[in-house]
Design a protein around this ligand. Sequence first.
Ligand SMILES: *Cc1c(COP(=O)(O)O)cnc(C)c1O
Length: 461
Amino acid sequence: MKYHSTRGEAPILEFEDVLLAGLARDGGLYMPESWPEISDEDMAALAGVPYAELAVRIMSPFVGKALSEAELGDIASRAYESFSHAAVAPVSQIGSNEFLLELYHGPTLAFKDLAMQMLGGLFDHVLKKRDRHVTIVGATSGDTGGAAIEALRGRGSISVFILHPHGRVSDVQRRMMTTVPDKNVHNIALEGNFDDCQAIVKALFNDHAFRDRTSLGGVNSINWARVMAQIVYYFAAGLVFGAPHRAASYAVPTGNFGDILAGFAAKQMGLPVDRLIIATNVNDILSRTLDTGEYKVEGVVPTSSPSMDIQVSSNFERLIFEACDRDAGEVRGLMSSLSQSGAFTLKEKVLAKIRQDFDAARADEREVAETLQSVYETTGRLIDPHTAVGLAAGRKVAQGSAPLVTLSTAHVAKFPEAVKEATGVTPGLPPHLEGLMHRDERMSILPNDVAAVRSYIEDHL
Ligand SMILES: *Cc1c(COP(=O)(O)O)cnc(C)c1O
């Protein structure tokens, strides 16, 4: 498989180089040249297959010749054996036609583990083969950082620098990053918000001299390999609901648009998908864009679902690329308008194309609290605030008979304050994390300044 940048001015690469590159050199994001298709017959044969095997089946066309099926299988089984549920991504029912896809059974209790555990193994394999070292720099709104650190800690060929917005992630989220003692792990608490962290990471990638000097690599969902690994659980869920014969709708709590883009990819590969529902909290740039066609950056408001407190939604660029029939010139135009004026407007035709597959809705803090309460009252279950955003938004727009599957992106114990406030119940951490709140923390607080972050990284390599 070959990969093209959404902006059309970077080299065309094979999988291994896309994995190591992260962001394309023209500032764009890599996309597979075509969508591999899974026939109905092949899909039907995947029902009941263990998750790691399904992962190999879905990912191997994207990986191409870079790894053999046996090597990929080896990485996948190691990646998913650390999950606390045998199904890895089980589906549970919470209403007559409402379901949760539970994506929080990994080591750091959020859906990021599903891709990141895979990414850790892939990086290790490729770096050993090439006898190379990489410097991973990533931005986190809370969960990516912990998942990346857990997947990459102690790996000799990788140094990891994670930027999180200082004071804007939950205690559990922060401690999952800062209590890891491995020497290859560095935490930067940036005096800014998530968008500032992401902007600094992008600026470092666009500084080609620094990028080459440090062998920079990325673990944000700008890295195609992450999106690829997330396609798998849409198939896992779809098969539960009778794919290829029956479709489901998916409500996806969305920030950087990586998770829901994987659902779009699954649909392109042949999975029957009724609606893809973009669920946002009050940081609703994406639901506004679907309403009006104008993508306009506004200030970030902190909410009880901090992993979605985002305005610049990087992977949306990948969808735009698809919706304008892969016209990289058009994408470049929109992105330069975004960097100059903080906004762009989609053509009517492009917007119509997006609306064929997607709906969008937002949930405010009161609706999130009400959803947490109603689920607790009717099922006795606690859900996390991100999941509640997904469910609330899904309930607003879902129609028809297709099952409504909300992606449950985090374990409730990661956000105990919001859950307690809404339901009166304080969720406890699972046993493997019991000591977390008492371990020593390590992090450096840095100003919101690219130069400061750049020299910090060079000093600590
Ligand atoms: C990262 C995250 C999201 C948003 O996912 P994107 O891929 O950025 O859209 C939603 N919920 C949780 C718990 C997350 O960690």
